[in-house]
Design a protein around this ligand. Structure first.
Ligand SMILES: [Fe+2]
Ligand SMILES: [Fe+2]
Length: 289
């Protein structure tokens, strides 16, 4: 497989940008090795078998591919949790499924890990995450380079990794001190009036009612993002983690969009950014009738 970056096919400066945002696909696969039975993956697998299996519909992803292509996006965003327990077998499955989307819609795909993708500290799982991250991002960056900034048209993106392996009963995330410093620098840089700043992370800063999430599920240091949205230094925060889609407008001009789980809620978010920077958002419901 070539290690060269995939060419970006974004529109030129001041052109309109359409972002199609999907999240929380939670592809699964049978455990590949016996050691998987002795770490957090055991709990994750049980959780999947007892609770999640009946709620996840992988086939909705297949149905979504032509719908996404018909939207003619300029950019795709996947805000994490492509797996259930972050095993090499699940990452292989996620890569294969997402490759069909990448071939059908040959535009930049920007993927950040979710807490289920960074589930355990197992060396093989971490290597599978790193390889998948590089593959899905068109080989334009490596996991250890995050936070990673890139510009497409009149949009400046910052991709944030908020996920590291946690204890058995925690799904909390964190912005590391180094990531917080990079985020602050990115938010403070001068910009032309029509440029829009879009942050891509896994965690919402608040729940659908704008209240903080429970401690064991929330993002530490989320106040940095909330403050930037309120002050208009950040225009849009794209995230997932919660499986029902919702949008938070205000306080202030910034917007946060949780895309929801495509394979559980059938949801997809579409953001249009006009050449003058005006921003509009809508959700699509892809569940079969
Ligand atoms: Fe999830
Ligand atoms: Fe998550």
């Amino acid at each position: 497989m070539s290690d060269r970056p995939r060419p970006d096919t974004a529109p030129g400066p001041a052109a309109a940008m359409r972002i199609v945002h999907l999240s929380d696909l939670h592809f699964t696969a049978r455990p590949g090795r016996l050691t998987a039975a002795f770490d957090k993956r055991l709990l994750g697998r049980l959780n999947y078998l007892l609770r999640r299996r009946g709620t996840l519909h992988e086939e909705w992803f297949d149905l979504a591919v032509p719908r996404i292509a018909a939207l003619t996006p300029d950019c795709l965003v996947c805000s994490g949790d492509v797996t259930c327990v972050g095993s090499p077998a699940e990452f292989a499955r996620a890569r294969a499924r997402l490759e069909t989307l990448m071939q059908a819609v040959p535009v930049p795909l920007l993927y950040v890990p979710g807490n289920h993708d960074a589930y355990v500290a197992d060396r093989d799982c971490r290597a599978a995450l790193a390889d998948t991250f590089r593959f899905l991002n068109g080989r334009r960056c490596r996991l250890e380079q995050m936070p990673f900034a890139l510009r497409l048209g009149n949009v400046s993106f910052l991709m944030l990794n908020e996920c590291t392996p946690t204890g058995p009963f925690s799904s909390a995330g964190q912005i590391s001190p180094a990531a917080a410093e990079a985020l602050t620098g990115w938010l403070s840089a001068p910009r032309p009036p029509a440029e829009r700043r879009v942050l891509i992370g896994h965690y919402p800063t608040r729940g659908p009612d704008a209240a903080p999430l429970p401690r064991r599920r929330r993002l530490g240091s989320a106040g940095l993002i909330i403050e930037a949205l309120a002050q208009g230094r950040l225009d849009l925060s794209l995230c997932g983690h919660l499986h029902s889609p919702y949008r938070l407008d205000g306080p202030g001009p910034g917007m946060e969009v949780c895309a929801g789980a495509l394979t559980a809620a059938g949801s997809l978010s579409v953001v249009d950014i006009a050449g003058d920077g005006r921003l509009s958002q809508r959700f699509l419901d892809l569940r079969p009738a």
